[in-house]
Design a protein around this ligand. Sequence first.
Ligand code: UDP
Ligand code: MG
Length: 316
Amino acid sequence: MELSVIIPIYNEEANIGELYQRLLAVLEPMALPGGFELVFVNDGSRDQSLPLLLNLAARDERVRYIDFSRNFGHQIAVTAGLDRAAGEVVVIIDADLQDPPELIPQLYQKMREGYEVVYAKRRSRQGDSVAKKITARLFYRVLASITHISIPVDTGDFRIISRKVVEGLRLMPEQNKFIRGQISWIGYRQTFVEYDRAERAGGETGYTYRKMIRLALDGITAFSDVPLKAATIGGFVVSGVAFLVGIYTLYSRFVTHDYQPGWPSLMVSILFLGGVQLISVGIIGEYMARLSANVRQRPLYLISDTNIPAIPAPGR
Ligand code: UDP
Ligand code: MG
């Protein structure tokens, strides 16, 4: 098998038909030696996505599907696809046609030039709300500034990766997946192709703000210790200031006798310190939660039904 396309599906009944057509229109003319497969991962959709996929799979043996027992989230859906994809190269693409399938030949071409990863970089993005664009921009800049590895800015998971990279990803056991970060971490020769991101073709975004915040926190906590350190440094600075203010208070109380009952300053410092402490504890909590998730070693997902045989995990 030369090429696998992994497509996470969450309530995409409006897009599956067109997506399938456009993928075939792009992949068939490529005349890939060994052919291609489409790996649809149904991430607990509540609409007619699954029957649509089963129907496609019954008519076209290149259509593979994995049906989850519930909604596990986009990153986990892609992970399941990676676990079962058979292709020498693997394309990860959104189902909502925001990532144009027509870019795949270009990505593939670049890969043939000797790269292991070719990601698609957004030149512009249409359709997304202003708030989403701003938060996404901000997030990628902050992430870039506090991590050691260089996670490319303004890219999603739309990309083509080689079998080597797939095996690398399958070696990474973490529960809180941030796949684009993991791929940067893996290394090898990486490059990009630029494209204009289209609007969502049909249906609604499955990425609620809740899921976006979780993804952002997963990305930050998985690849940076800076927030933890910032809490410590902030704690030291604030304690230092508080110590100096303490000395000053004693000095004015006993030496200069020039003091006023200081209710406001008291309130301010108590509230401020309380705030700093809560933030620090919260940051530690974020890492702790992820630590405990990894210690639990639960399976990442449960499959309800699939037509793809399992591929044994690479040895560690
Ligand atoms: N998706 C998923 N599980 C989820 C949310 C989304 O598998 O819990 C899929 C969705 O079907 C799509 C891709 O992830 O193929 C990107 O989601 P979406 O387009 O909703 O995100 P956005 O483009 O708005 O960031
Ligand atoms: Mg989308």
